[in-house]
Design a protein around this ligand. Structure first.
Ligand code: UD1
Length: 420
C-alpha cells in the first residue's frame, strides 16, 4: 500500500485542469445498460471507482474499455441482471445499476451496498421510488430482488429525513425512462451530476423534463439507442483545488470548471476573504485579504456540498477565530476531526457540529485517511503543515481524484508517494 508524503509550507501557484466528475460518470456508465447499442463516454476520469464500475458492467454483459479519457461500452451476448455482493460492496455507487437493469430486463437482483465509514446510508428511498413504478421488491439474504413484468410510470416523493437522494433519483429516473407512461419524481435531487445523467439519457432517446429542479417528469419510451456524451467537470475536485490555493496563501488558476456549479462554495470563500475571478471555464483563486472564519452548513444542492465539508474544515483549522461547521447530510461524517487534531488543530465535535478554533499553524504528522473526502482534507492540511505529513491509506483518494499528487506538484507542492 502507498502513502502520500507532503512537505508543507509552499504557496501553490500556476494552472491546473479539473477532470470529469466522478459522480456523473458512474451513473452514466450504469445507464449504458439501458441499450444494446454502443456508447462512448468522453472526459471520463481514470479513477478506482470508475474501474470498479467497468468491472460491474463487464459482469453484467458489456465490453467496457477506457483509453485516454474515453470509455467505449458495447454489448456481448452474456447479459445478466444479477449484481453480486463482491462487486456492489466495494462501491456504494454500484447500487445505481438497479434502475437500468429494471428498465431493460424488468427484473434485477442487486446486492445491498451496506454502510460505510461516513454513516449507515440506507436505501429506503431507492426502494420506495421503484415500487412507485409497479415493481415488486423483496429484500432477501442481503439482495434487493425486484420484478416488474409491467413496469409503469408513477408519482413518487423522494425526500427523506436528510433531504433528497442523488442515487435514488438516478435509479428511479433510469427505470422510468423505459416504463410505460409518465413518471413524476418530486423532491428529486438537483445536483448537476443528476442533470448530466438526464442529458445523457435524453441523447439516448429518453423523454425527460425538469432535471436540475426538484420535479422531474419522465415520459417512458419503448427503446433507447446508443449515445456519445462528454462528462461535466468535477465540482468537488475544483473545490478542493480552490481550498488548496487558499490554505497555502497561493494563487491558482483552475481550468475546466463550471463555476455555476460552485455557487455555495464561492459564496463562503468570498465571505472568508478569498479573491475569486470567474471566467468562461476557469476560476482564479487567491486570498484577497486576511482570511476570517465562516460558519458552514452542508445541504443538498445548491447548498454547500457535504463532499466539501472536510476540506473547508482544514482551511478553518488555520483561520484565526471560531467557525461552526454543521453536517446535515451525514451527521457522522467527522472522521477527519481526530486526524486534524493530531496535527495541532483545535476542533471539537458536538453532535452534527464541529466547532473549529483556528490555530496559528498545523504541524506535519503521520495521519490516516478514513474516506475519500477526509483524505483530501488531510492532504490540504499537509500542504500547510510545518514539516512532513504522511497520509496513509491513500486508496481512498484514488477512488475520486485523478492524479492528485501530479496536479499538486504541477502547482509547486512538495508531495510524493512512498511504500508504507
Ligand atoms: C451521492 C454522492 C456522494 C455525496 C452524496 C450527498 C454519488 C456516487 N455519490 O451519494 O458523493 O456525498 O450524494 O451529496 O453520486 N438516504 C436515505 N435513504 C436512501 C438514500 C439516502 O435516507 O434511500 C440519505 C443518506 O443516508 C444521506 C442523504 O439521504 O443522509 C443523502 O444521500 P444520497 O444523496 O442518497 O447519497 P448518495 O446518492 O449515496
Amino acid at each position: 500500500m502507498d502513502k502520500l508524503v507532503i512537505e508543507g509550507g509552499i504557496r501553490l501557484k500556476g494552472e491546473v485542469a479539473v477532470s470529469g466528475a466522478k459522480n456523473a460518470v458512474l451513473p452514466i456508465l450504469a445507464a449504458t445498460l439501458l441499450t444494446d447499442e454502443p456508447c462512448l463516454i468522453k472526459s471520463a476520469p481514470n479513477l478506482r471507482d470508475v474501474n470498479t464500475m467497468l468491472k460491474i458492467l463487464r459482469a453484467l454483459g458489456k465490453n467496457a474499455e477506457m483509453d485516454k479519457g474515453k470509455i467505449s461500452v458495447t454489448s456481448t451476448k452474456n447479459k445478466s441482471f444479477f449484481a453480486d455482493y463482491k462487486l456492489v460492496s466495494t462501491m456504494r455507487a454500484s447500487f445505481c445499476v438497479l434502475g437500468p437493469l429494471l428498465g431493460r430486463f424488468k427484473k434485477a437482483k442487486v446486492s445491498l451496498p451496506g454502510g460505510c465509514v461516513i454513516g449507515i446510508r440506507p436505501v429506503d428511498l431507492h426502494i420506495k421510488g421503484i415500487r412507485a413504478l409497479g415493481v415488486q421488491v423483496n429484500v432477501e439474504s442481503g439482495y434487493v430482488v425486484a420484478n416488474a413484468p409491467r413496469l409503469k410510470g408513477g408519482s413518487v416523493y423522494l425526500g427523506g429525513i436528510f433531504g433528497s437522494s442523488v442515487l435514488a433519483t438516478d435509479n428511479v429516473m433510469m427505470a422510468a425512462v423505459l416504463a410505460r407512461g409518465k413518471t413524476v419524481i418530486e423532491s428529486a435531487a438537483c445536483e448537476p451530476e443528476v442533470a448530466d445523467l438526464a442529458e445523457f439519457l435524453i441523447k439516448m432517446g429518453a423523454r425527460i423534463k425538469g432535471h436540475g429542479t426538484p420535479i422531474i417528469e419522465i415520459e417512458g419510451v419503448a427503446h433507447l439507442k446508443g449515445a456519445t456524451h462528454t462528462i461535466i467537470p468535477d465540482r468537488i475536485e475544483a473545490g478542493t483545488f480552490m481550498l488548496a490555493s487558499l490554505i497555502t496563501r497561493g494563487d491558482v488558476l483552475i481550468k475546466n470548471v463550471f463555476y455555476q456549479h460552485l455557487g455555495a462554495l464561492i459564496d463562503k470563500l468570498e465571505e472568508a476573504g478569498a479573491g475569486i475571478v470567474k471566467a468562461d471555464s476557469s476560476l482564479r483563486v487567491y486570498p484577497k485579504r486576511r482570511l476570517r472564519p465562516v460558519n458552514v452548513t452542508t445541504l443538498p444542492y445548491p447548498g454547500f456540498p457535504t463532499d466539501m465539508q472536510a476540506q473547508i474544515m482544514s482551511l478553518m483549522a488555520i483561520t484565526a477565530g471560531i467557525s461552526v461547521i454543521t453536517e446535515k447530510i451525514y451527521p457522522d461524517r467527522f472522521m477527519h476531526v481526530a486526524e486534524l487534531n493530531r496535527m495541532g488543530a483545535r476542533i471539537q465535535r458536538e453532535g452534527p457540529h464541529a466547532i473549529v478554533e483556528g490555530v496559528k499553524y498545523l504541524s506535519g504528522a503521520p495521519v490516516m485517511a478514513s474516506d475519500l473526502r477526509a483524505s483530501a482534507c488531510l492532504v490540504l492540511a499537509g500542504l500547510i503543515g510545518k514539516g512532513r505529513t504522511s497520509v496513509s491509506r491513500i486508496y481512498h483518494l484514488e477512488r475520486g481524484y485523478e492524479n492528485l499528487e501530479e496536479k499538486l506538484r504541477g502547482l509547486g507542492a512538495r508531495i510524493w508517494r512512498e511504500k508504507e
